[in-house]
Ligand binder design. Structure first.
Ligand code: ARG
Length: 569
């Protein structure tokens, strides 16, 4: 589709001989109504050209020969404002939809580049908690977004399947394995075992020593310990899979931390050869003062075991070699900000290509809290995510049943609405903001929620179905689409790709979420003021074609966020 920013930048470049980027980057969309569509502020050029901004914008307005796609240009106090030709814009959007259909908005800007997105990464034998929901939802949205833009995208679940706690779990299993029904309710059982063994360890130093010994045995691949560890891993994966199934998520790799433990020696000797290792109370650390980080990174424990950070360093080397990535994104809570600063800094000492270091990106997010009330206390200090998701599905079902008692397939719809609501509310604000998890707000059909978007989508579908028409591009009479509400929608539709690109460059899915709300709201205004199934056949065709694009963009946008669309609700 025509790139207006680019075209406008060319118009200016024809007149002024300055660097293209200086122009292109400064052109921005105008948000207010009736002030034009794009603006180019001339302030930064003022110094260079030794003229006032107003003089420059007046001059440009005089000189630019207005092409077809522009209706008029205005010079306002140093801003050069461009009004697009509405009909040309509408034609461009419609033509793009005619060519691409459901792929409308897809881009190839990422072609030939590989992006790794590591997210979710829960810990074995520990519950999948609400913080893990955030990484899962944000990471999955980013994964879809990058894919949509043509990147070769790989999702990685860096399972927390290693650490001294496994020594404890193995001991618990040895002592009380037959007391717990691990096949049923396995996560609860494992957590109970873990709590019980921790208590015993604090009372009995000998037990603690046996736990340590178990971990050493596990590290040296002792058959029995590995077997128990595998059992915990399988049971945990089954639990996690339930959640991934509800959310419709799959990973390209589930390579967990354990697989990196054996690379510790390689990392340590590399760092040693660079003179970066210092001993501190028996542990090996890397001082990062030179990198502006005052806390050193521990790379080996006093007892010789590998540590979280070392395993992450090994993963960086592995991923560079295996995937030759351009960008490697880690989605975790902000409590790990320091950890990632440290490992990204230490990674500089591992002889990796500059490209791999520059590609390391930590995408962090704020806390997610449950609204005070019954849900936060039900299970003591941990809440099963599965329960929360199921609760949302159940509530969605109640609401839908009330609105539409005869709906077929209500379970499927309730799932799409209930899960969608949880995902959307997680993605509606900038990641770093702390969030309160409140099912009632997120399920509202009127608020800034996914049920609202889904509802608009379903209504569009029902109008199209009712029309039982398949309108073709050649039947469109564009003069029927000249009203303001239509133009607002067309502009939003045009912006879809840019919005997705913006979400990717900032790694912020909320940019897309807000856009979808904006589109749904604009559609609702349009719908309330215009009859789609008008008696005027030209008007009817044009409007049907328009709302069909809206429906498609709402759907594909929601799917990028990980939300599925119901057919009816
Ligand atoms: N398993 C960790 C946790 O639950 C998250 C892992 C994050 N990824 C990483 N490469 N360190 O907190």
């Amino acid at each position: 589709m025509i790139n207006y920013k680019k075209e406008i930048s060319n118009l200016i470049l024809n007149i002024l001989s300055i660097d293209e980027n200086e122009i292109y980057e400064n052109i921005s969309l105008i948000k207010e109504k009736d002030k034009g569509d794009y603006t180019f502020p001339c302030f930064t050029l003022s110094k260079k050209l030794k003229k006032s901004p107003k003089e420059i914008s007046d001059y440009l307005k005089e000189k630019i020969i207005i092409p077809n796609f522009i209706e008029k240009i205005e010079s306002v106090n140093g801003y050069l404002n461009f009004y697009l030709n509405k009909e040309e814009l509408t034609k461009a959007v419609f033509k793009e939809f005619d060519e691409k259909g459901y792929d409308y908005g897809k881009s190839k800007i990422g072609l030939g580049k590989t992006v790794l997105i590591e997210y979710s990464s829960p810990n074995i034998a520990k519950p999948f908690h609400i913080g893990h929901l955030r990484t899962t939802v944000i990471g999955h949205a980013l994964y879809n977004i990058y894919k949509f833009l043509g990147y070769n995208t790989i999702s990685i679940n860096h399972l927390g399947d290693y650490g001294t706690q496994f020594g404890k779990l193995i001991e618990a299993y040895k002592l009380w394995g037959n007391e717990y029904d691990l096949e049923n309710n396995s996560m609860d059982q494992m957590v109970q075992m873990y709590v019980r063994i921790n208590k015993l360890c604090s009372e009995d130093e000998q037990v603690l020593e046996r736990c340590r010994e178990n971990f050493r045995l596990l590290e040296s691949k002792d058959k029995y310990c590995v077997e128990i560890w595998n059992k915990f891993k399988t049971l945990s994966m089954e639990e996690f899979k339930k959640i991934y199934d509800i959310l419709n998520i799959n990973f390209d790799s589930y390579k967990g931390e354990a697989s990196y433990a054996s690379s510790m020696d390689e990392i340590i000797s590399k760092l040693e050869s660079k003179g970066k290792i210092t001993e501190s109370e028996g542990a090996k650390i890397v001082n990062l003062d030179n990198e502006g980080i005052s806390t050193p990174c521990i790379v080996q424990k006093a007892n010789g075991s590998s540590i979280y950070a070392t395993r992450d360093l090994a993963a960086i080397i592995y991923r560079a070699k295996t995937y030759d990535y351009d960008k490697s994104i880690y989605v975790t809570g902000c409590e790990q900000d320091l950890h990632f600063k440290q490992i990204f800094a230490v990674a500089k000492y591992l002889d990796l290509d500059e490209k791999y270091i520059n590609g390391l990106t930590h995408v962090s997010y704020g806390m997610y809290r449950l609204k005070e009330g019954k849900m936060s206390t039900r299970q003591g200090n941990f809440i099963k995510l599965e329960d929360i998701l199921n609760e949302s599905i159940l509530k969605a079902k109640e609401i839908i049943r009330e609105k539409n008692p005869d709906l077929e397939n209500i379970d499927d719809t309730a799932k799409k609405v209930g899960i969608g609501a949880v995902i959307f509310s997680d993605l509606y604000n900038s990641r770093i903001k702390d969030e309160v998890f409140d099912i009632d707000t997120m399920l509202s059909f009127q608020g800034e929620t996914s049920p609202y978007i889904q509802y608009m989508y379903v209504r569009i579908n029902s109008i199209i179905k009712k029309s039982s028409q398949n309108v073709l591009l050649k039947d469109i009479n564009y003069s029927k689409l000249s009203d303001e509400q239509t133009y607002s929608i067309v502009k939003l539709l045009y912006n879809f790709t840019d919005i997705v690109i913006d979400s990717s460059t900032k790694n912020e899915p909320y940019i897309l979420s807000r856009y979808l709300i904006d589109l749904a709201k604009n559609y609702s205004i349009f719908y309330n003021q215009n009859k789609v199934l008008s008696d005027d056949i030209d008007e009817r065709n044009a409007r049907l074609y328009l709302i069909n694009i809206v429906g498609n963009v709402l759907k594909s946008g929601c799917e990028l966020l990980g939300i599925q669309m119901p057919d009816k609700m």
